[in-house]
Design a protein around this ligand. Structure first.
Ligand code: ATP
Ligand code: MG
Length: 337
């Protein structure tokens, strides 16, 4: 029977799929849109198409984000979204459906019941064989950290729903935590800042794009963008230039909270591990690591070397991909989970 090996990162903001032999073949927003067909919900769109309907869809169409704060919160919607993504990545060359083996990134602290729920979601989406690995471990493998050595490195992954932090050793996590600060929270804060500073109500997708294209952690950054929204006083549509400099305080505050959480995890480590962290520095991944100025800010605050790899947002899916071709490392990691 034909086989297909995939690695799956089910993120709060994005779902990424890596296919063995092809690399990352899909990265789309974790969103599904339903049409209310007389009380029955029918899938109308998933991924980019569904995300583009946010705040724009007519009354009978609702968009759902099945993953919240890093965990599946709507299993039915998640299975339907994933089923559609799997259909999309299926090459036409397969006459019969291949057996799909999957390495899946799962959040820190997942319970037995949640594991069962994750398994049932993936099976409903058409996946036959599932190996669950902690997402932050996958991210570390994805950016080539030596996770099986006696000090595997220190990593923080800033996602859409949460930030996961871990010190790694011998294929396991020595110390770590997950904090619910991520890109979604920063988007909400930026929406409020834009209303307060510019007297403008801007839509969520617009604000997210401002965060990704304009905001930075560099003081006096003069990057700007024109956005449109509703003037809070006149209730009329208005274009407005927004600048990184004026939004700096809002993003700085949340990134400093993340840096504080990183520092707390470092402080729980033994002196030997702390010395290794001092020697090797820390690696920051996830989409939230892409904000300009993060490495410098973090490095100055923690007095440590900080690395933000170029492929930061793909780290988890890439790590899953590497495990697909390294069964011994996969076995080692599963036995230490
Ligand atoms: N240049 C940028 N500056 C700041 N944030 C960014 C940038 N680029 C992407 N992001 C944010 O990164 C987040 C997505 O990152 P990522 O794909 O790692 O999250 P996820 O895996 O979907 O979420 P989680 O791991 O929390 O479940 C989004 O909030 C996105 O807006
Ligand atoms: Mg993630």
């Amino acid at each position: 029977m034909a086989k297909m090996d995939i690695a799956l990162d089910l993120g709060t903001s994005y779902t990424s799929i890596f296919v063995s032999g092809n690399g990352i073949v899909l990265r789309e927003p974790s969103v599904i849109a339903y049409f209310d067909d007389g009380g029955r919900r029918r899938v109308r769109a998933v991924g980019n198409e569904a995300y583009n309907m946010t705040d724009k869809a007519p009354e009978k169409t609702k968009t759902v984000c099945p993953i919240i704060d890093g965990s599946i919160k709507d299993p039915d919607a998640c299975a339907e979204m994933l089923k559609e993504f799997i259909e999309r990545i299926m090459p036409d060359s397969y006459m019969i459906r291949p057996k799909i083996r999957c390495v899946l990134g799962v959040p820190t602290g997942i319970t037995v019941d949640e594991r069962e729920m994750y398994e049932s979601v993936l099976m409903r989406a058409g996946i036959d064989d599932i190996s669950m690995v902690n997402s932050v471990m996958l991210a570390a493998i994805g950016v080539d950290m030596p996770v099986s050595s006696d000090f595997g490195g220190f990593i923080a992954s800033i996602g859409g729903g949460s930030t996961e932090i871990a010190a790694l050793s011998l294929c396991g996590i020595i110390s770590g935590c997950s904090v619910n600060i991520g890109g979604d929270m920063i988007d909400r804060v930026l929406m409020d800042s834009i209303s307060g500073i510019y007297n403008l109500n801007a839509g969520r997708p617009v604000v997210k794009s401002v965060k990704e294209k304009v905001c930075s952690l560099i003081r006096n950054d003069c990057a700007t963008a024109m956005i449109s929204g509703i003037d809070i006083e006149t209730k009329t549509i208005r274009a407005q230039a927004v600048s990184a400099d004026r939004l700096y305080d809002a993003v700085y505050y949340y990134y400093m909270n993340i840096i504080d959480a990183v520092e707390s995890v470092i402080n729980t480590c033994s002196p030997t591990v702390a010395a290794e962290i001092q020697r090797c520095g820390i690696t920051v991944v996830g989409g939230g690591a892409k904000i300009p100025g993060l490495a410098k800010l973090m490095s100055e605050a923690l007095r440590l070397k900080v690395r933000v790899p170029r492929e930061a947002q793909y780290a988890t899916a890439l790590g899953g991909g590497k495990l697909l071709s390294d069964p011994y490392l996969l076995e080692d990691i599963l036995s230490h989970a």
